[in-house]
Write a new protein. Structure first.
Length: 416
């Protein structure tokens, strides 16, 4: 990391206009006019694809010039439509896969390349709004009940391996679906959409087709039963409207379908199949581009490689409830426990007095207005900054930071 005295620097994130993004959520957070097109993500890090800039020495410079490459990337993520079904490799899989792609002569920017770096990509997203996501292979008995409730013979047949092999049958189901010829796949999706529409009408929910589906919809179904079937019907309509004919709509039914309440987090470890559906959240991840996709996308899909790195075992969605780390007269500091050393994400809830927050690297305000003060290890005071809703700060060098005011600020730093 570049040497020098600690400084607090205004940070300007890089916007990503992916088609699945919301046109309004991130501009509203930043207090800027909506331009009309989607703003899917705001990147606050040193990733070379979209590096954030700082105001330093009278000019805007890449943040990496001041702090070097960060091991994490902090984002604001605003999903109006579902992202792709995907899996991230573990560290060993990423390194071996990168070397194999190199040996095959695939350029790093080749669209058919599977591994773009040697790093793993664990992720944590914390909901700012109700946030709907698919994460982890659901209990097979619950999934089979959904298939039976939809009453689509082709889906029931495709999901039969879940009954034969509850521990790993999801891999067989995925291979069947993802390699299905276009004709039968289209017929299966058409039948699913029709079944979902019948269920929605029977439940009085109306049609989910023919438009944008920005809201997560439905209560959080953590108990299964009829809730699973109602959410499956809603999910099919939403996915099919955005990705018509995509067999990923059927594959998505294998996963836990949850809606995070604001403040809850969802951790995505290596090898877990997942997808975000809709909502606004703060995401932090290891700095990596390694994604193996399995549907709901026009991008390259490598079924064999996805299944090779996938963990097909059933699990609950890895929801993380915030833990209070410390309480002060002026507020509290809370965080989400994750089993990785690449990053740590905490949140300061400031209610007026000072809240000491340790030594973060990136700060992002999502509510209110606070003053950021800092002290170097030798006791020298660092020039303070005011941080308002939507603003962000980079801490260049090591400094103990305190927040004073009323607001909520997310804090990103390397893990321990």
């Amino acid at each position: 990391m570049p040497a020098g005295p600690p400084r607090l620097l205004v940070l300007h994130g890089a916007e990503q206009p992916y088609a699945w993004g919301s046109a309004t959520a991130i501009p509203e957070l930043l207090g800027t006019p909506a331009a009309g097109g989607p703003v899917a993500e705001l990147w606050l890090g040193t990733h070379p694809v979209a590096p954030a800039l700082v105001e330093a020495d009278g000019a805007r410079r890449p943040a990496a010039d001041l702090v070097g490459p960060l091991p994490f990337l902090l984002k604001v993520l605003a999903a109006d439509k579902a992202l792709s079904l995907q899996v991230h490799p573990d560290q060993a899989q990423a390194a071996a896969g990168f070397d194999a792609d190199d040996a095959a002569g695939l350029a790093v920017d080749d669209p058919h390349r599977r591994y773009r770096d040697r790093n793993h990509k664990p992720e944590l997203i914390v909901a700012l709004s109700p946030f709907r996501a698919l994460a982890g292979v659901r209990d097979p008995a619950r999934t089979l009940a959904v298939a039976d409730g939809l009453g689509t013979p082709a889906l029931v047949a495709a999901f039969r391996p879940l009954a034969d092999d509850p521990a790993a049958g999801a891999a067989t189901v995925l291979r069947t679906l993802l390699t299905m010829p276009a004709g039968p796949a289209g017929e299966l999706i058409d039948a699913l959409v029709a079944a979902a529409e019948r269920l929605r009408r029977a439940c009085g929910r109306g049609s989910a087709g023919g438009g944008s589906h920005g809201g997560p919809a439905l209560d959080n179904p953590r108990d299964g039963g009829e809730d699973d079937l109602a959410r499956a019907a809603d999910l099919i309509g939403r996915l099919a409207a955005v990705h018509p004919g995509d067999i990923g709509t059927a594959a998505a039914l294998l996963l836990n379908d949850v809606t995070l309440r604001p403040g809850e987090g969802l951790f995505q470890p290596a090898r877990m199949l997942h997808a975000y559906v809709a909502g606004l959240g703060i995401e932090i991840m290891a700095t990596s581009d390694n994604v193996l996709r399995g549907g709901l996308t026009p991008k390259h899909i490598d079924v064999d490689e996805l299944l090779r790195i996938l963990d097909p075992g059933p699990s609950d969605a890895p929801i993380r409830t915030p833990r209070t780390i410390a309480a002060f007269p002026g507020g509290l500091l809370r965080g989400w426990d994750v089993p990785v050393a690449d990053f740590a994400l905490t949140e300061a809830v400031c209610t007026g007095g000072g809240v000491p927050v340790g030594c973060p690297t990136v700060l992002l305000a999502v509510e209110g207005r606070v003053e950021v003060t800092a002290t170097a290890d030798d006791g020298t005071a660092v020039a303070p900054l005011e941080l308002r809703r939507g603003g962000s700060v980079l801490v260049a060098g090591r400094a103990a930071v305190t927040l004073t005011g009323v607001g909520r600020v997310f804090l990103a730093a390397p893990g321990h």
